[in-house]
Design a protein around this ligand. Structure first.
Ligand code: AOS
Ligand code: ZN
Ligand code: ZN
Ligand code: ZN
Length: 427
């Protein structure tokens, strides 16, 4: 299944005049506020968010998994799925692989498939949170932090192997997320666990190619429920500072204790030049797998306000960071869900680009709290969807991505090709 450009163009023709009216109206409103829509469009068009290979199948819960139809059965089919997303929104131009769920046996043919769909390979992810068949040592009690040096060695070697796979594909970073920690008080020596992890990460760091980075992801809890070795951004930053300039902190939106001020964390990490990027998702309670923007869109916007400020300060574009969606759950078509997530990200980014930075700085300087809040909320309450649609249209995507996905009956086609009982590898 492939979506052809003519199908997108034909579909857009049916929606164009309505869209264009909305877009012109918004453009005029923005011009009155001194905002140049062309610049916002340029920034939106450049924004690319990676799709993780494990989000293309229906996610499991701890209690069961209800697989969808036509799920990708192989790495090739996962790449094809991301190709469908990218054809529709032109903003999902890369895929993040997970080893060993997606071993690229033949790098050359995998690369040529991805290139034909205009896709690149984002960070590669290692996995020491599960035992694999035939594995000598178990990760039941940890991996890079384990009390037994043999287990640590096995986990380090796995990460080095992942780097090798990534190198062949043209990835430039290794993402490390550890589930290491403890479930009960007394189980683990916090300091030993930290030091073991640091030594293991140092060995991995030493194996990084010249132009590579390692992203250190943190998570407050789960699957361990008493302590997690890399539990928060402070621990993650500490590891990165000890490791060196090739290590940066990866923030996953769902990995914080309730009500954490994530936008402030982002600002601080960017101030230090240590923000690697993001795993986007949303959560209501303690989960990390809901569609981006489905629960707390204002928080997402506030995060983007800091991201835009940080990028401006650093003189970097959005391509200077690693953006990825990290969500996968049970009840939606995974491709439709991802389209919704990417759209939510583009909306929040567009809104953040509308913030009048000069006025905001002045309001802050004068301690005009009311005005400062007004400036942010004015941007947040602007319906920027016509801008987002226009940016997607200009790059060749669909004016209504989910609309076209349904119009072309993509899932049905995939079911015919792949079958009804398909289970994508992953969580
Ligand atoms: C787990 O909660 C983390 O968010 C990881 O980034 C990721 O989901 C996991 O490593 C799957 O590879
Ligand atoms: Zn994550
Ligand atoms: Zn997570
Ligand atoms: Zn998760």
């Amino acid at each position: 299944m492939k979506i052809e450009q003519y199908q997108i163009d034909q579909y857009n023709d049916t929606l164009f005049s309505r869209h264009n009216n909305q877009f012109i109206f918004l453009k005029e409103q923005l011009a009155e506020q001194g905002i140049n829509s062309a610049e916002v469009l340029k920034a939106l068009e450049a924004f690319q968010v990676a799709i993780p290979s494990w989000a293309l199948g229906t996610g499991g819960t701890r209690f069961g998994r209800f697989s969808g139809v036509g799920e990708p059965r192989s790495l090739e089919e996962k790449i094809e799925d991301v190709g469908l997303l990218h054809a529709l929104n032109r903003s999902s131009g890369s895929i993040s692989l997970h080893i060993p769920w997606d071993i690229p046996e033949q790098a050359a043919s995998i690369i040529s498939l991805a290139t034909s769909l205009d896709l690149k390979f984002d960070a590669v992810n290692s996995n020491t949170f599960q035992d694999q068949k035939g594995q000598e040592h178990s990760y039941k009690f940890g991996s890079l932090s384990h009390v037994d040096a043999h287990v640590r060695k096995q986990a380090v070697e796995h990460n080095i192997e992942v780097i090798k796979y990534g190198k062949d594909l043209g990835s430039k970073a290794l993402s490390v997320w550890l589930s290491d920690g403890s479930c009960f008080p007394g189980q683990s020596n916090f300091v030993r666990a930290f030091q073991n992890t640091l030594e293991s990460l140092q060995e991995i760091y030493a194996a990084l190619p010249e132009d590579w980075k390692v992203f250190v992801e943190y998570k407050a809890y789960e699957p361990n429920f008493y302590s997690t070795v890399i539990q928060d951004w402070g621990s993650s930053l500490l590891f990165c500072q000890k490791l060196g300039p090739k290590a940066d902190v990866l923030v996953d939106l769902g990995h914080h204790l309730p009500n954490a001020n994530i936008e402030q964390i982002v600002a601080t990490l960017m101030m230090e030049g240590r923000l690697a990027g993001f795993h986007f998702n949303d959560s209501k309670y303690g989960d990390d797998d809901l569609t981006v923007g489905s629960i707390r869109p204002y928080m997402l916007f506030l995060i983007f306000v800091e991201l835009v400020e940080g990028m401006n300060r650093a003189g970097k574009g959005s391509d200077g960071y690693a953006w990825m969606i990290d969500a996968s759950h049970n009840v939606k078509d995974p491709l439709e869900d991802l389209l919704q997530s990417v759209e939510a990200i583009l909306i929040a980014y567009a809104q953040a680009l509308l913030v009048d930075r000069k006025k905001l700085a002045l309001a802050r300087q004068q301690n005009d709290v009311v005005l400062a809040q007004q400036i942010l909320q004015n941007a947040f309450r602007t319906d920027v969807r016509p801008l987002v649609r226009e940016s997607i249209r200009l790059s060749g995507g669909a004016l209504d991505t989910i609309g076209l996905f349904r119009h072309l009956k993509v899932r049905n086609e995939l079911m015919n090709e792949r079958g009804k009982l398909t289970v994508a590898t992953g969580l």
